[in-house]
Design a protein around this ligand. Structure first.
Ligand code: FES
Length: 378
């Protein structure tokens, strides 16, 4: 384990801080990448705890702040957290479903100094949107809310998680984004972690669907002449042969804090069989520089073959530790997306299995009184 003094010289500070303020959520999307076990809402950090995390992170050099969940609007102290972040000099981004974001709350967040809002949609078609979200009138609420976000002068990102259920609607999704005057639009295929992995076969579009949608996005982009939203299309890495540089490297620039205070190098790390430092017990500086968790896959020395001798390791860091664990059983293995991995066949067969799946019924969950209730939905 590196000593604090030397570690600070050789390790970058965390630039990107993500606070997952709560896992509570009014929606029950089948592509949710949050853990299968959402823990006990009674264990959420207090306002004071979150403010302390902000102070410690900013003192270490963090500049970008994401406030997410679950649905962060369910925290009544959101405005207090935003105001503190603003006072400390963070650039703040609220990542929300939009459900519960009233005009009054938008004004309060603006007054508190919020910089930026990302609103998720599930589809451009109201019925499909509401079926995926598991909430009636969710589309109508989001559409109205998105208009108010712009009316309050916020830069706005719209986020559509793309799956089999909406990929053939992508032209309508882009038209909706244009009409709502979004600044950026993320059209990102689901990431198969946490709950989403349960639904991978039902969610993952085929390669042909992905290629068609990508061409549609490119055609719109080419016709825009720099006018209108900037569309960003993210394909599933299951169709790649080289892994993504997940989190820009473990413990490199990104630090996430779960609702119960566990500090992690990515928001999915909770599934790793490791012990997690908690901001209730340790300060962020010692967690970042000295904890076993953050040093476990930092840099390159931990890598086994084929990553160790790979001339691309500084570009992709061996891919995603969480995906390696989920699909190969060992987080230290090369991400099986890489075709140099002896486990790459698992990615290929998962994509084949998803392509063969004609069952559109996904498994959704809602949490009531700390109990997970599951239901199937078309
Ligand atoms: Fe955890 Fe990629 S999501 S390292």
């Amino acid at each position: 384990m590196p000593k604090s003094g030397s570690a600070e010289n050789s390790i970058n500070p965390p630039l990107w801080l993500l606070l997952e303020l709560t896992y509570r959520c009014p929606l029950s999307c089948p592509y949710c990448a949050n853990p299968v076990d959402l823990g006990d809402p009674a264990d959420e950090l207090s306002t004071e705890d979150w403010l302390k995390v902000l102070e410690q992170a900013r003192a270490m050099g963090a500049v970008q702040l994401g406030l997410s969940g679950g649905e962060p609007l369910l925290r009544k102290d959101l405005e207090v957290i935003v105001a503190k972040a603003r006072e400390l000099g963070f650039y703040t981004n609220l990542i929300t479903s939009g459900i519960g974001l009233t005009n009054k709350r938008l004004k309060a967040l603006k007054d508190a100094g919020l910089d930026h809002i990302q609103v998720s949609f599930q589809s451009a078609d109201p019925d499909t949107n509401d079926a995926i979200a598991g909430k009636r009138k969710a589309f109508e609420t989001k559409q109205e809310l998105a208009r108010q976000v712009k009316a309050h002068g916020f830069p706005m990102v719209l986020n559509f998680v793309i799956s089999k259920q909406n990929i053939e609607n992508i032209d309508a999704i882009m038209q909706l984004s244009q009409s709502l005057e979004a600044d950026y639009v993320e059209l990102a295929t689901a990431q198969y972690y946490g709950w989403a992995l349960q639904n991978r076969d039902q969610l993952m579009p085929t390669l042909e669907q992905v290629r068609t949608a990508e061409a549609q996005v490119n055609a719109v982009r080419d016709s825009q002449n720099g006018v209108g939203p900037r569309f960003i299309f993210v394909t599933p890495d299951y169709y790649e042969t080289r892994p993504k540089a997940c989190m820009s490297g473990w413990g490199n620039i990104f630090l996430s804090v779960a609702p119960d205070g566990r500090a992690m190098p990515c928001h999915s790390a909770a599934l790793l069989p490791l012990s997690f430092p908690n901001v209730r017990d340790s300060n962020l500086k010692s967690i970042w520089y000295e904890s076993e968790l953050f040093n476990k896959y930092r840099g390159f020395d931990w890598m086994p073959e084929p990553c160790r001798s790979c001339d691309e390791k500084e570009k992709d860091f061996g891919g995603c530790r969480c995906q390696a664990l989920l699909l190969t059983g060992d987080a230290a293995n090369a991400d099986p997306v890489c075709d140099k991995s002896p486990h790459h066949h698992k990615i290929v067969s998962a994509a084949e299995s998803a392509a063969a799946c004609r069952n559109g019924e996904t498994l959704a969950r809602t949490v009531q009184n700390s109990q997970i209730i599951m239901q199937t939905r078309v």
